[in-house]
Ligand binder design. Structure first.
Ligand code: HEC
Ligand code: HEC
Ligand code: HEC
Ligand code: HEC
Length: 149
């Protein structure tokens, strides 16, 4: 015979568990944990979005000599659309030009502002002290600077 001071708290625990399971089944989406700790049919939702990036290979079909330009030769390890923005629309219809050609200091600073968190081997400058009154592209888009060792 179980004394009441045992079965009462047990009953309360059981009630809490049942309420928890009830609420959980109501709020957790049906396909949750189908593949892992996420909603299974989110894959279909994401896959149905329109593609926006074409990838560097596609760009090189038409712009295969771009890497010879001074600024681009320095940036051959960076994917085209990192700077020019998603450009699948341009690949399908070249007259629709990519919208981005950023040359302002804030843009360069994103990657080149001196920062201890960046690898030491990555080229970085203190922008406020690196020819502060001139536009970066005046020098870094020129063949002359390119020839310097
Ligand atoms: C089917 C050929 C073709 C493909 C593929 C292509 N382009 Fe172009 N692109 C052109 C043509 C044509 C022009 C306009 C003429 C020019 O300036 O060379 C152009 C111009 C540009 C311009 C100059 C825009 C301006 O305002 O002057 C950029 C930047 C550019 N393309 C980037 C890209 C990127 C990035 C990709 C890959 C995602 C790409 N292109 C793929 C044909 C292509
Ligand atoms: C680090 C940023 C950056 C990357 C990466 C980059 N571009 Fe550019 N691109 C620019 C800027 C800034 C300009 C405008 C200045 C100039 O014309 O040099 C430009 C200009 C262009 C133009 C205009 C035509 C010309 O000759 O000036 C084309 C075409 C182009 N880029 C294609 C590409 C392609 C293709 C790739 C990938 C292989 C690429 N870019 C990668 C920044 C970038
Ligand atoms: C998305 C990041 C990114 C942006 C934005 C960017 N760069 Fe770069 N830059 C790179 C990478 C990556 C390299 C190659 C680093 C390497 O070779 O180790 C590079 C290389 C360079 C180099 C060559 C340095 C050397 O010592 O060889 C110069 C100069 C340079 N960038 C200038 C600029 C300027 C000016 C701008 C703005 C107009 C700019 N970059 C924007 C990523 C970027
Ligand atoms: C008056 C010309 C001039 C201007 C303007 C200029 N630079 Fe430079 N930059 C140079 C020269 C020259 C070097 C190479 C000097 C050296 O290696 O000591 C250099 C080197 C660099 C490097 C490579 C540093 C390294 O450690 O390899 C980066 C990155 C750079 N500049 C980015 C920029 C950015 C971003 C701007 C705009 C805010 C800019 N530069 C404006 C002339 C210029």
């Amino acid at each position: 015979m179980i004394p009441p001071q045992i079965w009462r708290p047990l009953g309360i625990l059981l009630a809490i568990l049942l309420i928890y399971l009830g609420v959980r089944s109501f709020f957790v989406p049906a396909t949750f944990y189908q593949y892992g700790h996420f909603r299974g049919n989110s894959l279909a939702t994401i896959a149905s979005r329109p593609v926006q990036y074409a990838g560097k290979k596609a760009c090189m079909d038409c712009h295969d000599t771009i890497g010879e330009k001074p600024y681009h030769s320095k940036h051959k390890t960076v994917s085209c659309e990192t700077c020019h923005g998603p450009s699948l629309g341009h690949v399908e219809d070249p007259s629709q030009l990519p919208s981005l050609k950023p040359t302002n200091k804030e843009w360069c600073a994103r990657c080149h502002e001196a920062n201890n968190a960046r690898p030491k081997t990555f080229p970085q400058v203190v922008i406020a002290r690196h020819y502060p009154d001139k536009d970066c592209m005046i020098c870094h888009n020129s063949k002359k600077l390119e020839k310097k060792p």
